[in-house]
Design a protein around this ligand. Structure first.
Ligand code: ZN
Length: 132
């Protein structure tokens, strides 16, 4: 009989106790090697092992948060497709007349759009003209 791990003949005395391995160490090592082999079959492309599980965790984290962000995007307020508002509170900013207060609906939900501060810079001018 030969050791399954190293291939050496198993001594007659040893053979009485173990017919497959020349020593307990080789039995154990064979088990480990078999375990690794099975592990490699289960995971053909294992993640880098020695670099630490932290990296793998970080990767998992960013993936998870990426998925969460994707879900959030669905639930986040959407850009309304139909916005109907009145135009009020006109202010004059330079040559432009700007309505700073809009009230109405966005996709049939009440909405108010207001501009708190409007300035205009005319081309060729260095100064911003505040709406008044
Ligand atoms: Zn052996």
């Amino acid at each position: 009989m030969c050791c399954l791990y190293c291939g050496k003949d198993i001594g007659a005395f040893r053979l009485l106790r173990d017919s497959e391995f020349c020593s307990i160490v080789h039995r154990k090592k064979y088990g480990e090697r078999l375990g690794k082999a099975l592990h490699n079959i289960a995971e053909p492309e294992p993640a880098p092992k020695k670099k630490g599980s932290k990296d793998a965790q970080t990767g998992a984290w960013s993936l998870a948060s990426g998925e969460a962000a994707g879900e959030e995007a669905d639930e986040a307020p959407k850009k309304p497709s139909v916005v109907i508002t009145t135009w009020a509170d006109y202010k004059k900013a330079g040559p432009l007349l700007i309505s700073t207060d809009h009230r109405g609906t966005a996709d049939e939900k009440p909405v108010r759009i207001s501009f708190s501060d409007v300035s205009v810079k005319v081309v060729g001018s260095e100064n911003w003209i505040k709406a008044q």
